[in-house]
Design a protein around this ligand. Structure first.
Ligand code: 5AD
Length: 356
């Protein structure tokens, strides 16, 4: 149960840029070993429910940004959400993740009531992933029973963050001008009592190796409960796809599977007990084995999509998203098969981070 891998920034940079296939394979194998020793063979499942695709933001990478007129907007009804949560519980998944764009049509009281009902009627852990919301709302939802919050900080580099995630000019910022709003919010979430998850995309235009190494160091420093990384996938209807940030190609992290596996492995080595999902983005760029490969180099979580079929294709944060034409039962079967195909087992219970 020990991590002997005290990686400093120079080590992380060297690994991210390592091109010797044999050495990289050793890194991934070591991460798999550390995963097994620390969190075991169980793969915990989180049922992902995309409850709304309304969004006030204009993120340069994301297909459901506010001004994308080609997106048909939806917000699930209370009864639909609760029915899906019951389905998640019946499937034996331990957690419901309610995710949405930054949608202020999701009223705090409305959601608090839904959280209470889910907690009364099921044994699920409730995870929220709703972007930046006020402290009062976060407290209300935590008091209603929410257990966890996912908020990827996307990049530690403030200049890149502002470029790909423009500030809203219609509201006062919650945090000071020199602070990273999402990193500050993660600290607040922790204080309130949430388990916290974060992450970044691998290879977003403008992401240098130096920035990604800082991101990985920041994951460890924040003592996160869950860390999710997946490859950036360009969406044609976005600012970043239309006007990519040009940086020195030597410095730009490629948005490849190989880089994603290295990042997962480094995160596992640095944070041996953390929960790491093998992400849908990874399963999207390699439909045949991306999910399994992620689970074999450090990941221990999968987030099968449980969003009703009619809404799924409207939640197109990137194109070609894996499972978009499946229903919840088909997603479940696929996930079960991929877990069993690599000799792992489906986790039971909520699958919270185990403390060392
Ligand atoms: N490619 C890959 N991942 C994306 N996300 C958003 N847009 C994309 C994209 N084009 C990720 C972001 C966000 C999470 C919900 O999905 O990191 O936080």
């Amino acid at each position: 149960m020990q991590n002997d891998w005290q990686l400093d920034k120079a080590d992380i940079l060297a690994w991210l840029q390592e091109s010797d296939a044999r050495k990289v394979q050793e890194l991934l194998a070591m991460a798999d070993h550390v995963r097994k020793d620390n969190v075991g063979d169980a793969v915990h499942l989180r049922g992902l429910l995309e409850i709304s695709n309304y969004c006030v933001r204009e993120c340069g990478y994301c297909g459901i940004h506010a001004s994308n007129k080609h997106v048909q907007r939806y917000r699930m009804l209370e009864a639909e959400i609760i029915e899906c949560a019951q389905k998640i519980a019946n499937f034996g998944y331990g957690t419901v993740v309610m995710q949405a764009g930054e949608d202020y049509g999701i009223k705090a009281e409305w959601l608090a009531n839904i959280i209470k009902i889910i907690k009364q009627e099921t044994a699920l852990a409730v995870t929220l992933s709703l972007g930046e919301r006020t402290i009062d709302e976060l407290i209300l939802w935590q008091e209603a029973g929410a257990d966890r919050y996912l908020l990827r900080f996307e990049t530690t580099d403030l200049e890149l963050y502002r470029a790909i995630h423009p500030a809203r000019n219609d509201v006062e910022p919650t945090y000071g001008p020199d602070l990273h709003p999402r990193i500050e919010m993660l600290k607040d979430l922790r204080k309130i009592g949430y388990e916290i998850g974060s992450g970044v995309m691998i290879g977003v235009p403008g992401q240098t190796y130096n920035i990604l190494a800082n991101d990985i160091l920041t994951f460890a420093a924040l003592d996160l409960d869950m860390i999710g990384v997946g490859p950036y996938i360009a969406h044609g209807e976005t600012n970043l796809a239309q006007n990519p940030r040009q940086i020195d190609q030597q410095e730009q992290v490629p948005n490849t599977e190989a880089l994603t596996y290295k990042a997962i492995a480094l995160i596992r080595l640095m944070c041996p007990m953390v929960n790491i999902p093998s992400t849908t983005a990874l399963a999207t760029i390699n439909a045949a084995s991306g999910r399994e490969n992620g689970l074999m180099c450090g990941a221990n979580i999968v987030m099968p999509n449980v969003t009703p079929r009619v809404y799924r294709e409207k939640y197109e944060i990137y194109p070609g998203k894996a499972g978009i034409y499946d229903n919840a039962e088909q997603s479940r079967l696929r996930v079960q098969q991929s877990i069993e195909s690599i000799g792992r087992v489906m986790g039971s219970g909520q699958g919270s981070r185990q403390k060392a």
